[in-house]
Design a protein around this ligand. Structure first.
Ligand SMILES: [Mg+2]
Length: 272
């Protein structure tokens, strides 16, 4: 049985734990293993779908809960929190806390809002498998998993002003955000809400815990605000996403997984 950790790590995937170009964890891999040995939960918190994250967890031997589709849902391996007093949907070996809106509704609002904003957009639901592959660099299996969306619709802006579109989407009480490759439309959900739900579950079970988050882009900002310590890794090229200052945010020198490995290795040294 692994020891009980007082540190809980929440991490973005694309561009953070995984290289934006190769989708590989590279130098983060040995640090992930160290987390596993020490019993430090590493919660994947991504705009990826549950199907994509499930495949990745298997590949990286991660068995912790996870957050998919930009905070659309929290997946808990059944029985992880025996005192769970939240409405859940059960699917396979998971209890799912649903936060987001159904993707069919998001697609309707996106169509309407882009019309009002005079913008032309293309959502992932309207793209062929080949288009998704070309835009993401994923292989056929990866692109198939990426299209299985339930709570978040990634889209590209073909023409028009992103700020006007964002205003129309906000007027419909939905959220528009930006990840590494796509804009996203989602309901009244974000990574931060999902992180708070999960951090509360850990606190109820373990007492005081230190929550940590790592990310690279705008859609990570709500997650950064929900944790004790936040780390922003560099984008390819070596710059950082321009985010408003947060007192708990540290910029890490290191692109994607390189920065991840540096930040988490230092954390394990000082906290364990
Ligand atoms: Mg990212």
């Amino acid at each position: 049985m692994s020891p009980v950790s007082r540190i809980i790590v929440f991490t973005d995937l694309d561009g953070t734990l995984l290289s934006e170009d190769t989708y590989a964890p590279g130098p983060a891999l040995p640090v992930l293993k160290r987390c596993r040995d020490l019993g430090v939960p590493v919660i994947f918190c991504s705009s990826k779908t549950a199907a994509e994250i499930l495949a990745l967890r298997e590949r990286l031997r991660n068995t912790d809960p996870f957050i998919c589709e930009n905070g659309g849902a929290v997946y808990l391996p059944t029985g992880s929190f025996p005192e769970l007093h939240l409405p859940v949907k059960r699917a396979g070996d998971y209890e799912i806390v649903e936060i987001g809106l159904p993707v069919t509704r998001l697609r309707e609002v996106l169509r309407e809002a882009s019309r009002k904003a005079g913008a032309s957009v293309k959502g992932m639901g309207e793209m062929s498998l080949d288009e998704v592959r070309a835009l993401t660099g994923l292989d056929e299996k990866g692109a198939t998993l990426a299209r299985q969306r339930a709570y978040d619709e990634p889209f590209i802006l073909l023409s028009g002003d992103p700020d006007s579109l964002k205003r129309e989407i906000s007027a419909a009480r939905l959220t528009m955000t930006r990840g590494g490759r796509f804009f996203h439309i989602l309901g009244d959900s974000d990574k931060g809400k999902a992180v708070r739900i999960l951090a509360d579950l850990y606190r109820k079970e373990r007492g005081p815990v230190t929550t940590v988050a790592l990310g690279d882009a705008e859609n990570d900002f709500p997650m950064f605000r929900a944790v004790d310590r936040a780390y922003l890794v560099q984008k390819p090229g070596g710059s950082w996403t321009n985010l408003s200052a947060l007192p708990n945010l540290v910029k890490i020198e290191g692109i994607g997984p390189e920065g991840w490995a540096k930040a988490v290795a230092a954390l394990l040294k000082t906290e364990h």
